[in-house]
Design a binder for this molecule. Sequence first.
Ligand code: 73E
Length: 789
Amino acid sequence: GFVAGKSKTDRMFELMDGFLKNDPDSLQKDILHHVEYTVARSRFSFDDFEAYQALSLSVRDRLIERWHDTQQYFKKKDPKRLYFLSLEFLMGNVINLGIRDQCAEALSQLGFEYEVLAEQEGDAALGNGGLARLSACQMDSLATLDYPAWGYGLRYQYGLFRQIILDGFQHEQPDYWLNFGNPWEIERVHVSYPVKFYGTVKEDTVNGKKCKVWIPGETVEAVAYDNPIPGYGTRNTINLRLWAAKPSDGYDIESYNTGDYINAIVNRQKAETISNVLYPDDRTYQGKELRLKQQYFFVSASLQDIVRRFKDVHGNFDDFPDKVALQLNDTHPSISIAELMRVLLDEEHLSWKKSWHILKQVFSFTTHTVLPEALEKVPIDLFQNVLPRHLQIIYEINFAFMEELKRKIGQDYVRLSRMSIVEEGAVKNIRVANLSIVCSHTVNGVSRAHYELLKTRVFKDFYELWPEKFQYKTNGVTQRRWIVVSNPSLCALISKWLGTESWIRDIDILTRLREHASNSDLQKEWMMVKKINKQRLAEYIETMSGVKVSLDAMFDVQVKRIHEYKRQLLNILGVIHRYDCIKNMEKTEREKVVPRVCIIGGKAPPGYEIAKKIIKLCHAVAETINNDDDVGDLLKLVFIPDYNVSVAELVIPGSDLSQHISTAGHEASGTGSMKFLMNGCLLLATADGSTNEIIEEIGEENMFIFGAKINEIPALREKDSSNNAPLQFVRVVRMVRDGYFGFKDYFKLLCDTVENGKDFYLLGSDFASYLEAQFHGDACWQNGMLGNT
Ligand code: 73E
């Protein structure tokens, strides 16, 4: 009972006036409250982890307030909403967002150290690499720029595997990241939708009209978990809604009736496996049923949620394209095209014509791929079995598309079959990229070079048909994570010299630093910051690998997923060459050598043998070099295990030189380079992906660019490229082959990939110019031009 005469709303205001406050006192009270009542420990005795939990929960409370306000505001305004659909988000740890200083003060009075508690938090590693981290940076920017945006994805119980190294070999361990709970998410037991699989399609009549009815064979429940994402310097707090699979209540009633109670329960439990595990990126999981089910599961739940939100306000679908934008992050969520069509046709009973008219206005598609063989395909049989109604719809879309195409280009059957959504052949496939292009109003590339390749190679036919659909937005990274959070000293320096913090919202303001570039005070402070970060990195290296490194050495870093096209092998062969040179020098010559710490890190896809051999080679070479007294501090090689967002935040600020050395035409964009660059680290790079635009921005004279250009690659491949390899290359490969670093048999296949006329990624033909660029780097270091003195 409420007090007589008072409305419910009045009472609400009385009970909860205003927002939670961010002063250290209020924070302290909240932290203790959570220790006592949520974590359920005595406030007189709790440890670091419990303090971390209570702190996060207190910050979360504040996020929830902002989140509610944001939702309410947009509900009233009813703007067009942007829905970002992605199977991967690599958020990293979240605790750093927001009110760091106040929290630190609150904690120190309670006897805890903020930085220590922050270390308690693991990464939310719900993604593989660049694509997934790009999604995270985009969410941060959308929130900061006050967009009414939502992210939708899957709440995997196992994120990307943890990499452990035993005897130099990679082993994968499950990342059961929810073991200790996730204080940042909000479980929404009431936001849940049934998702259907398998079964058959029947004809039916509704209101005198013929229609299709899908009778599913399995139903799984999707439950929402919300992850609030605050913008910087604004109250706008958007939502990343991740779906988890739960057994559905209506599940398999038949088995219960037939008395097979135990088996029915076991089968129910199987439903949960859909959202269990993130697929490690091998770019070719064609024909995996679980992958298809994961994709449809998150897409179906998201669309039900989006349609429900739309229908809350709108009586019919006429305004749907004015209120809903669906952004496809690669082809992974592209089944949403067929699913939206199915909802409009079969559930909302709109005509085909009307549904199609709506559909083609709402989707935009970003592709992240260069290689045609990496484009997703789904075997028709698999599709037919898992999503029978969707296959019908795709056939119908394709039929209409083929008719339209024939009218435009005539009976050019070779081209028609190339462009068809359905691939004919021994195994029939659905080409998911073709479906995405046909049904999206925009096809987006991730760098200018990538866009050019899309137009001239990957999607040439489609570009010629619909040039107006194609565009690019060069990838970017957020300075809020990659400077403010990961490099607080540099952040303070920049704000001091610019006299403002506005660059944290608007990155263009950083160009004003140019005015001070030659100021020797700034240069000294800058070098101090780099020293601090190198110190931090050196300590980490020592704990992880036992190798002591000199802070006076150049820290030369390549961290990213291990892949042949990214050419970590080129890097290692370069290190071997450097080692070989030092070994063959006179003692007096050695004094002139620029000392280097070569740092490599990254995960190999579990099934990718060559990538795993590259990791082992790195360890084998390191073992030899790091224990050679002739070399000492002149050269060290270290592999940093389990590279992830947290490790990146430590490694990147401490780097002097970083390598982005993919064979030209293979990296769609690359985003690592940008993170290094904004931390004052120079780039040694090929003219691939976004590097081309970085060259224009900062000038080739400020970088170490080498290697064949994109347009030279085909001709080099034509030639037997091992014949293009210089003697130094032959020599270092021979050292590996002959067992100089041990494991002779094991490295044979790896050596074979770059010799005997194979060398697809052209390590041999780029080797001389690679060494030259490295040499140039040494020379600049000697002149103090790398920011060292
Ligand atoms: O060049 C990068 C790009 O910077 C590209 O390789 C990467 O996306 C980044 C962001 O645009 C990418 N990841 C995937 N495809 N391209 C991928 C494919 C399958 C599964 C997971 C990720």
